[in-house]
Design a protein around this ligand. Sequence first.
Ligand SMILES: Nc1ncnc2c1ncn2[C@@H]1O[C@H](COP(=O)(O)OP(=O)(O)OP(=O)(O)O)[C@@H](O)[C@H]1O
Ligand SMILES: [Mg+2]
Length: 512
Amino acid sequence: MDAVSPSELNQRLAAILAICQKMNSERDLGALLDLIAREATSLLDCDRASIFLLDRETNELWSKVALGSDQILRFDARQGIAGTTALTGATINVRDAYSDPRFYNAIDDRTGYRTRNLLAVALHDQRGEIIGVFEVLNKRSGVFTARDEESLTALAANAAGAIETAQLIGELKRDHAELEQQNAHLRREVESRYSTHGIIGSGARIQQVVRLIERIRDSVVNVLITGESGTGKELAAKAIHFTSPRARRPFVALNCAALPETLVESELFGIEKGVATGVERRMGQFEKAGGGTLFLDEIGDLSLTAQAKMLRVLQERVVERVGGRAPIPVDVRVLAATNKDLEAEIARGNFREDLYYRIKVIHVHMPPLREIREEVPMLANHFLREYCAETGRGGLEFSPGVLRELASRAWPGNVRQLRNEVMRLAACARGSRIEEEDLLLGVPPATPAPAPRLAAGAGKPESLKQAIEELERRMIAEALDGTRNNQQQAARLLGLSRQGLINKMKRYSLSG
Ligand SMILES: Nc1ncnc2c1ncn2[C@@H]1O[C@H](COP(=O)(O)OP(=O)(O)OP(=O)(O)O)[C@@H](O)[C@H]1O
Ligand SMILES: [Mg+2]
């Protein structure tokens, strides 16, 4: 080896150190490879530098064609000088490329470059495994020296670490981008499921509801949703939430009918630790819905005491935890639903008028299915498609006769009952088309009773409302009978929620 003066050695070491510092601060793989190539070219006073990375899956070496280019060159990792270094880890210094049998001149042919001499060293990762080859080409004057070998080896040691880091960061970035994409996709799916367009119905009554929901999408006014059991009150509440700017914040549903009087306060407003022995601190539903929407289902069943507390929160926009001293501000949009006639409840003294006006800033009424019979075919087809999609069963359809028959039924359990009936028909379907005779298989007690006979008993013409109530009473009694007073089963048969059934039983003074 030529003698090296200490000052020359120092200069070289300083140059290598400076390059290493630059490498370590570059996190983008493409830019890093360019940087290493540029610095190596100038340090070793040569024409070109290439970094070949080993792709273990395909057993190929790949490299960017030239500085600044994004074109990629790939070749079998067993070929050429670079291939030999990748395979053996040996440093190879070739003085005359075209006379070396290992030289793979196809790359020159492809790039149009003429290699005279070259020096190749292996790149090792932290575990000592070879991850690629660092190659410099065409020394400007003469050939690569032993000192060049030392310099390139030193540079390669550091380059490998920087390349590994950049690769890892690139992978993390790609994974992150992929997760973000999946997340956005899932979010869109949830949002579209509960967008106003999840509410099916093309007639004026449903479209009115849809337009109203769209009109209030940007406001935070409280909304009261009324309608019989199974008419889509919760669906409407979710549509309001998921089309509003609060869509990405929580939607918290609370069934007021299921709240025991003693727990109302702690459930709604939370409780501080140690209020009673063993009590842990708990957030109330108002706080849980922070920034989002609180859906108070069956608000007509809230006790008068609870109504007074609720009114205070709606007026003052703060809650106080049970046993807490400081009021906590709440930013919550309140949606309430009921199947009760709240004005009649006010008249009876069961519901506070002031609370009624607080929650009924906007009123959405969901019509009973018997008043929008024209929607039955569209709804039935929609639920059938839903069944097919969920079960992976393709192409079921209704015969026109079935749709006519479904549209003529009474549906005391409204859309929920229709949905259950469609699911039952689909599950029992023998062919791909559901025919009228399929309706007769395992008929639930929900078949329409002949309406004229109902009126005949009373001896005088009955109003439609009375006739329907009588029919409803009878169907509920039959369902309870048929299930030996199993309320859960009877409710399912009728397409009612259990609470909906209990409410109706109370209304018709039926015991079960
Ligand atoms: N217009 C509609 N379009 C599509 N699906 C509907 C429609 N109305 C109701 N549904 C469906 O009917 C079922 C019952 O609706 P939902 O639970 O919203 O009724 P509800 O009025 O809250 O009933 P309850 O008073 O018994 O709680 C749900 O599966 C809902 O998706
Ligand atoms: Mg509901």
